[in-house]
Design a binder for this molecule. Sequence first.
Ligand SMILES: *Cc1c(COP(=O)(O)O)cnc(C)c1O
Length: 297
Amino acid sequence: MFEFSLPQAPLQRLDLPWLRRAGIEGGILRLDLIDPLISGNKWFKLRHHLLAARQAGSPGLISLGGNHSNHLHALAAAGQRFGFATAGLLRGHPQDTPTVRDLQGLGMELHWLGFGGYRARHQPEFWSPWQARYPGWHCIPEGGGGPAGAQGCAQIVAQCQAQLATLGWADYDAWWLAVGTGTTLAGLVLAEAGAHPVHGALAVPLDHGVPALVAALAGESGYVLHDASRGGFAHIDATLQAFIDETERHTAIPLEALYTGKALMALRDQVEAGRFAPGTRLVVLHTGGLQGRRGYL
Ligand SMILES: *Cc1c(COP(=O)(O)O)cnc(C)c1O
């Protein structure tokens, strides 16, 4: 059970002029620092898949993603570290990105599905040929999404609570984090069980549908969603880029544009709109993903 146990992410003070002006105290849980290769929320999301694969005696792990995928990157690194073969099913046609080069270097076998082939991933028969090709391998949904992923993310709350004293805090008032599939958000909401509200900043516009994992939380209270997408998942504009540069200058905390930069910018907008009362203590979750930015910054 201790195998694949998660490294402790440090909780640090987040000091930014717009937080100070609003009288808000910020902390940031740095999942980006847990490991040089298996970064961010992806290790938390993978943990229960790794345990299940070990228990079943699976020789390998297989999953899917795009050519900058933080999830496939973490999976390839975890496979190499813990002795599993890995295979990645990629969206689109063969491309040479820093992420793809790392996947190959980490020993992941790559299959390019094209765009149509990738779109078929939700169909019931999608996995059969891959299960035939890789018998006994453990299949992980896109992005590590799903209940097994959320179960691993519940651990994030305990990691934060164990370190509050380093900020001189007895307690905190709310979480703020970036949301893709909603798996990480679901893990926090389940672990908090209503004790502290969880604010999710959506990297994908809501009109693409509520992420499945968030929809599965219907009936749970204790979370709030904000659109942080700026018009689309991969949309990076000059205002966002300037905000990231300025934030990095103030804090020396690196951000990427697709998730953490957008989430923090949406937080600034909410703070400046007076959403949080002075004295509020906010914990921002740094979900990592920095390897991906080599491809587009
Ligand atoms: C994958 C990822 C997310 C989204 O996590 P979900 O659990 O899918 O919501 C957020 N931030 C970063 C940096 C990521 O790589």
